[in-house]
Design a protein around this ligand. Structure first.
Ligand code: SF4
Ligand code: MG
Length: 322
């Protein structure tokens, strides 16, 4: 199968200065450090990991909201990183984002209809009348009343505002939608509605999703495959059910062991990972998980593990996986 998106060795290193007088030095934070993955048309790839592991930075690198330090982002076999700005503008229509905070992402002074219309105006699509029709159609597609177009964002609940954001993301008929924690700011009762809407829209418009979340239950419901991130790297990737039932990387094992058991007969022990995520400013040598890993061996301190492919396109980076 041909991948819609293929990311190779993607990196974002930020330079930071310590600002100590007479001892100024610059170090780099490796927020995303050599990430590889593919996303196939029509599927949902979940991206999981603790906060600060680089999930959101990676999302913004994929659609070029921030410029990578290096790597390749092939979308429909074309590398976005090498595109001139005109071509990139055209291609980016096909990649949209939905952000976590439905409150912050809508300008309170602009009517909902204009917010949804804005991408059409920017890309000079249609006239005033056809754009208005499209806005009303999109409001109904996301389960809102078309008359809401003339109201302001503050008149809506969190769930409704996230629906408005989704409508706005769909305006230009994207192929890939990157959802960055799209329900984590919402009440639990509303989360399921928004998740179900995203699923329905995926079928209706043949959308491909990258779905970033720290909630493994939501991810299980939404995703076909998942990528597990730790300190700017993907440590394991594969089919969700395969990873759920047969996790390979010790970090993935710990993450999944925190999900409550499905039945009292399930043989699953909670694995506690010691300490906190180290600073990406001075990541540990060797395997960056070694200081916290319950099964680390000597080589883990000095040598970075290679990516090992086990069955079914399942990959993990750990010296103990072979
Ligand atoms: Fe643990 Fe070593 Fe595997 Fe890293 S490479 S996850 S430290 S066993
Ligand atoms: Mg984030």
């Amino acid at each position: 199968m041909e991948a819609l998106l293929e990311v190779k060795d993607l990196k974002k290193h930020f330079a930071v200065s310590n600002n100590v007088p007479f001892k100024k030095s610059t170090q780099s934070v490796k927020a995303v450090d050599g990430v590889n993955f593919k996303v196939y048309s029509g599927e949902t790839l979940g991206v999981v990991g603790e906060s600060g592991c680089g999930k959101s930075t990676m999302a913004r690198l994929v659609n070029q909201l921030i410029k990578p330090t290096g790597g390749v982002v092939n979308f429909n076999n074309e590398n976005l990183i090498e595109m001139d700005s005109d071509t990139l503008r055209g291609t980016r229509k096909k990649i949209q984002m939905i952000f976590q905070d439905p409150y912050a992402s809508l300008d309170p002074r602009i009517k909902v209809g204009e917010l949804i219309e804005e991408p059409l105006v920017i890309h000079k699509v249609g006239d005033k009348e056809s754009r208005r029709k499209r806005v009303e159609e999109l409001l109904e597609v996301v389960g809102l009343n078309k008359r809401f177009a003339d109201r302001y964002p503050h008149e809506f609940s969190g769930g409704q505002r996230q629906r408005i954001n989704i409508a706005r993301a769909l305006t230009l008929n994207p192929e890939l939608v990157i959802c960055d924690e799209p329900v984590s700011a919402l009440d639990v009762s509303v989360q399921a509605q928004v998740i179900n809407l995203l699923k329905k829209l995926q079928e209706e418009f043949n959308l491909t999703y990258i779905f970033i979340s720290h909630d493994l239950n939501v991810v299980r419901y939404m995703c076909d495959r998942i990528a597990v991130m730790y300190l700017g790297k993907i440590v394991e990737v594969g089919n969700y059910e395969e990873i759920y039932s047969n996790p390979q990387h010790p970090y993935t094992k710990a993450l999944f062991s925190a999900i409550p058991k499905e039945s009292p007969f399930e043989n699953k022990e909670r694995i506690i990972v010691k300490g906190t995520v180290p600073s990406p400013l001075n990541p540990p040598s060797g395997c960056s998980f070694h200081e916290r890993c319950p099964v680390a061996i000597d080589i883990c301190k000095t040598t970075e593990p290679k990516v090992v492919t086990t069955d079914n396109q399942h990959q993990a980076s750990c010296h103990l996986v072979n």
